[in-house]
Design a protein. Sequence first.
Length: 325
Amino acid sequence: MSAKKSTNGRTLARRRRIFQVLERVAPAVGARMLDTIWFRLPQVSEKAKRLRVELPEATPLELPFEGGIVRGRIWSGGVAGGAVRGQGGVDGPTIYLVHGWGGWGLQLAAFIPPLLDAGFRVIAFDAPSHGESEPGRDGAQRSTLPELADAFEAVVAAYGPAYGVMAHSLGAAAVTLALRDGFGARRIVFLATATDFREGLAQYEAHLGFGPRIRAGFLRRFSRRFGPMEGYTVPTIVDALAEERELPALLVIHDRSDRETSADGSIALVDVWPDAKLHLTDGLGHNRVLRDPAVVAAATGFLAEGSTERAAADLPKEEQETMQG
């Protein structure tokens, strides 16, 4: 839900004039207009979707979801890197790749080959109204954070438990909501985490030029549908979860120059997530962090760390005894 992607040039100037007038004379109309813009997905060019890495053959994923179809791909991992694969050709532990707002599963493609080399089974999917998936609850080119979380939970329920998750931007917030719903994993990597909707709303306010009356009206509309916006602040959710149960091991990666999501949010998240690790980068921004070789190596290494022992513990007792000689 990035403000900078919503408009540009003359269109932006025209919208600013409209919002400035509506702020004075019809803030309720302005709030409805902002609501329409807020939940609209950005257009993504085919050039932007072009694969930058070579991937092995995958099994298509097609999952019915609330009247539509969620699509993605499944790669079966081998035994390289020490990850355990059970007898009879059973795949290694599963890593789910979760994209962010306006993204698509293969946006995280740079991580797939090294994860496969480490022996993982990898699943990437497009959320409703994103990528190759069919429109979601609110129709084409529209979605919500709860819908992203629900779709992720549906994919996991259909394709098996997660050993780990790698999530980008609003995808990290969606995984956090899933954790609140009871989702579990051993290890999680968050990249450029979107931690606070209020940060995005402030961006829109500066970008579109509206004021407190439209802002208040929009927040009322948001609260009627989803509850208070502050209830979706990721560090707040995590702080409450940490009081209730043990959380997965977490690595948070964020670039200091990210203009779409602030690294301060990731720093606050690490402060409340017990034993979480923070990896800050410079000069990669919001999206290049997804294909930087050092980031790919750090994230893959974190997910693979300890996978042999932990995956072995998940095997049937007789297979553990066989492995132990």
